[in-house]
Design a protein around this ligand. Structure first.
Ligand SMILES: [Ca+2]
Ligand SMILES: [Ca+2]
Ligand SMILES: [Zn+2]
Length: 253
């Protein structure tokens, strides 16, 4: 577990080279990493996200989620261009604060979910805010990438009943999410993992809280970390291969 965590941390550490920070000698009055010369808000520290935009002004969490969604979808679009199953965008990306009705039923509080019927994603904004505040920006970004990963599984035909198990779908979404995190890190579009922003927390983030901790549905933490690491190191094709599923114990009955 520890070795695996370190491995992934080093992958995400690649993002550090893309951070737009102040030079060593430049004045940064609000100490947000943007020197006054490039900071449109030199006395209001940038929060939420310092890499997707470079103005130095505080961003809204919603704006951050929207940018993550667009980046993940643009990334998939490029990856699947010319492939047998080209990417098609999700139909909607809906924030809620109290449970709302969707074509897949009423969504739960403190969750994020993908609905195959509508091909939409629904998330409790308090749920993402919790991870943003307590873990860091990588956590809600990963949750969004994981949910879009379910959409890609659907495009590929894995969501059809009894193609692969619910647990395998979850691990595949973790793998797809990991592949995006690695890509975002390499492209410098995601703030480097802050101290204390651990992969364990990432792996625990997302989907209905009531079922998240059930290893029979989602895999154990070790399974999820393994799936994430495979995605970060080997990219999306590895997430659909028989050797990927062979890494995990079959779902318990
Ligand atoms: Ca600044
Ligand atoms: Ca900004
Ligand atoms: Zn999921």
């Amino acid at each position: 577990m520890l070795r695996a965590t370190l491995l992934v941390t080093s992958v995400i550490g690649l993002a550090a080279c893309g951070n737009s920070g102040a030079g060593v000698d430049e004045l940064d009055s609000d100490d947000d990493g943007f020197s006054n010369s490039v900071d449109a808000c030199p006395n209001e520290p940038e929060t939420v996200n310092g890499v997707f935009d470079t103005d130095g002004c505080p961003d809204t969490p919603q704006g951050f989620y929207d940018v993550v969604r667009l980046d993940v979808e643009a990334w998939w679009t490029v990856l699947l261009t010319g492939q047998p199953f080209p990417y098609r965008p999700i139909s909607e990306f809906v924030a809620y604060t109290t449970p709302v009705d969707t074509p897949c039923g009423v969504v739960e509080s403190n969750s994020a979910s993908y609905c195959t019927t509508s091909e939409g994603i629904y998330y409790d904004s308090k749920f993402l805010q919790f991870f943003l505040d307590e873990v860091g920006d990588l956590a809600p970004a990963f949750i969004i990438a994981h949910e879009i990963g379910h959409h890609v599984s659907n495009i590929f035909g894995f969501e059809a009943p009894s193609v692969i198990s619910v647990k395998e779908l979850e691990l595949q979404a973790d793998c797809f999410g990991g592949a995006w995190v690695a890509s975002a890190g390499a492209r410098g579009v995601l703030q480097p993992a802050a101290q204390g922003e651990t992969l364990d927390a990432l792996i625990l983030a997302g989907d209905p809280a009531a079922t998240w901790f059930r290893p029979d549905l989602h895999g154990t933490s070790d399974d999820r970390l393994t799936a994430f690491i495979v995605g970060t190191l080997q990219g999306t094709p590895s997430c659909t291969s028989p050797s990927f599923f062979a890494l995990f114990a079959p779902p318990s009955e």
